[in-house]
Design a protein around this ligand. Sequence first.
Ligand SMILES: NC(=O)c1ccc[n+]([C@@H]2O[C@H](COP(=O)([O-])OP(=O)(O)OC[C@H]3O[C@@H](n4cnc5c(N)ncnc54)[C@H](OP(=O)(O)O)[C@@H]3O)[C@@H](O)[C@H]2O)c1
Length: 268
Amino acid sequence: MKFSIIGAGNIGSALAFGLAHSGLVRPEEICISNTHSEKLERISKKEPLIRTTTDNKVCIDGADVVVLAVKPWKLAPLAEQLKEMLDYKTQIVASMVGGVGLADLQTLFRRDSDGALPPIYYLIPNTAIATRQSMTFLSSVGATKQQDEQLLAIFKTLGDAMLVEERLMNAGLVLASCGIAYALRYIRANTQGGVLLGFSPADAQRIVSQTMKGAASLLGIDGSHPESEIDRVTTPAGLTIRGLNAMERNGFTTSIIEGLMASIPSGK
Ligand SMILES: NC(=O)c1ccc[n+]([C@@H]2O[C@H](COP(=O)([O-])OP(=O)(O)OC[C@H]3O[C@@H](n4cnc5c(N)ncnc54)[C@H](OP(=O)(O)O)[C@@H]3O)[C@@H](O)[C@H]2O)c1
């Protein structure tokens, strides 16, 4: 599948690098465009085979998937420009623009001349797409089952990906995109604790990061439940249960759930 990415900012460039190493898309099958050329020059330095241009028309030419990675307020003029240039029979529009759902995308991309619409995807990756460890949510309208499966397979190579009903996209955003910040805040708090316990900040961060990776990896084994892995390290009357109790007394689980609920966009 050939990808065209419009917008070479944080998420657009991270997607380009991730796709280039996905094994399913060759770097020369990716074109990325941006209004100004500086960001494109940085991409070319790092990944010379990715095609770059400041001309969106050149970028979308021959693409199977046109990914939109611009800020929300730049989307309407971009849609206006693209909708007369795209071939809706062969090209998919995939928007990563946060907060703009499928109905809004259909309104933006409905062609004035004949009312036609392309297959449309609303994608929510997180910033770990740069390291091919994103949790990406996809929701689509007007797409075929085969297109769903193809895109899902590609985004799975960039971490993990889930095709969900649109009503779950905001929940996915909170759990996985805001979730990156929550997980990192946990790592930071633990690192500070590690310094108090006597490690240098760098060593404490290294220890905590590896412990997080290890904990997550344990859940991959036979679909293990967190509580059964917790039981394995919780000796009766031992150290871990004392720590867990102290954390819960201070509202550990409640504060995380309340944080998640507070993040849900209002009205959803
Ligand atoms: N960052 C995240 O964690 C994240 C995660 C998921 C989704 N998103 C979504 O991804 C979108 C982009 O976020 P970002 O953080 O990557 O923003 P960003 O760093 O500002 O990147 C957007 C880029 O789009 C370029 N651009 C704007 N209009 C254009 C046009 N008409 N044609 C070509 N290029 C154009 C801008 O170029 P110039 O700067 O040169 O004008 C800029 O480099 C947002 O809508 C956000 O909701 C972000």
